[in-house]
Design a protein around this ligand. Sequence first.
Ligand SMILES: [Zn+2]
Length: 234
Amino acid sequence: MKLTLTATLLHICSALYSSIAKAAPTFALPDDCPKIVSRDEWGARPARNFTQRDPLAPYLIVHHGGFKKFCSTHDECAKIVRYYQDFHMDDRGWDDIGYSYLIGEDGNIYEGRGWQRVGAHAPPYNNISIGVCFIGDFSDRLPNETALAALRSLIKCSISSNFLMNNYTMLGHRQAKATLCPGDALFKEISQWPHWKSTPAPTEIRKVDDVISRPNNWAYEAINNILDFFKSLF
Ligand SMILES: [Zn+2]
């Protein structure tokens, strides 16, 4: 009986300890920060695991969800964010939703992994960037002005809270990996924003140059054909 009681107490203590150790640290945000919809508020599943990172990030990476599912109310957006999380955890096998934050066309910012945890959105930038995803697919059109304003306000807040460097670099996901993300329309838009940098160039082009530094025409063409074939699948 005594043994069972001790074991139960030990179990409770260790569960308590690990939930404290894994709880997101709380801190007060400066007054110029927008309201951020917390994980509890959008009904997040707990992360299976996470890694802390140096919170002062030099990069901000812009994504879109890549699904033509859009939202204009909190309930609709929260539902899609939960869908993204399920997709990342169950299909991709990640520990949590990949992005640091998500933005809906309801104008809300949804907390993903937040500022202090390493994301799973744009290797090799995961541990040095904040990854922000616009909910929907922005190949053909831009997110509405409310959503774009939410990104500007999140950036301002990240800088004043010391989570993003003043002289940060903004990139679109396609500059880190061969992907269409964040969609042509959105990529064109952010490429006119002041902190966006053109280097690295989108990876589709860079990879070919990396593989063959002085391409023979036949090899260059063959690789381009293979890449075109794969691109046509997505
Ligand atoms: Zn992306």
